[in-house]
Design a binder for this molecule. Structure first.
Ligand code: ZN
Ligand code: FE
Length: 253
């Protein structure tokens, strides 16, 4: 199985997963149809499924056109079935769903939206995190509480460290500046930033990241770090308080 990274809109990524033998394919979060259609044509793929992490237009914008063209099925979270255009198959929290391409595991990770999910595909070692976990950042909280977002990020820590993280946007550089502004002594972060800068210079995606990198460098996954709490002037050791402060600072960064 292979993953193609498809640039969409201004800074979105859609991901095509396909089987190199039979050319069956699925797409995650098609922001728009055209760039996805181009990749499908270029690789002679047969699109079977569209999977959506959440209902925002920049993640579902291509659903209708792709479904009409390829007669594929749309898959999303059950509680969002009224908001995900053209949905055919609805999945539950903690559900394992198998199709002719792969088996995946769904986790409900509310905060950015109330019906946000992530999709884990063990066979390719990949976690699709939509707008919840970004490389070196996390999504804005639109429909949930800070505690919900914090718990959702924590849920994803359970996957193997080598898991590749495929997120919904290319926000990595700006995120890295925020991390470094607070986590000033983190040498692993500094190393990662060098690699990021190099990719951007070559016009290459900074995605995928790895869960290991994120655990070590993403400040939103490090809200329990005493050094970071000290830096923020927080006296309590409640990581939710630290996380809340970080998210508020980032909103105005
Ligand atoms: Zn979104
Ligand atoms: Fe988005």
């Amino acid at each position: 199985m292979k993953i193609l990274i498809v640039k969409c809109l201004k800074d979105n990524y859609s991901y095509i997963i396909y089987n190199e033998e039979n050319l069956l394919a699925a797409v995650i979060d098609p922001s728009e149809a055209e760039p996805v259609i181009n990749e499908i044509k270029r690789n002679n793929l047969k699109l079977k499924y569209i999977l959506n992490t959440h209902h925002h237009y920049d993640h579902v914008g291509g659903n209708l056109k792709l479904k009409e063209k390829y007669k594929c099925e749309v898959v999303g979270y059950e509680d969002d079935k009224d908001r995900i255009p053209e949905i055919d198959i609805s999945l539950k929290d903690n559900q394992k769903w198998e199709n002719e391409l792969f088996e995946c595991e769904i986790l409900h990770i509310p905060g950015h939206t109330s019906g946000h999910i992530c999709i884990y595909i063990k066979e390719i070692n990949a976690l699709f995190t939509g707008d919840t976990l970004f490389s070196l950042g996390c999504g804005r909280i639109f429909e949930g509480t800070y505690a919900e977002m914090f718990n959702s990020l924590n849920k994803m820590k359970k996957f193997p460290k080598k898991t590749k993280i495929y997120c919904g946007h290319e926000y990595t550089q700006k995120n890295s500046e925020f991390c470094l502004s607070i986590d000033t002594k983190n040498s692993k972060l500094k190393n990662k930033i060098n690699k990021i800068k190099n990719n951007i210079k070559l016009d290459k995606p900074t995605i995928p990241s790895t869960l290991e990198d994120e655990l070590e460098c993403n400040i939103f996954l490090r809200a329990d770090n005493l050094e970071i709490q000290k830096q923020l002037g927080i006296n309590s050791t409640d990581p939710i308080e630290t996380f809340t402060k970080l998210r508020e600072l980032k909103d105005n960064f």
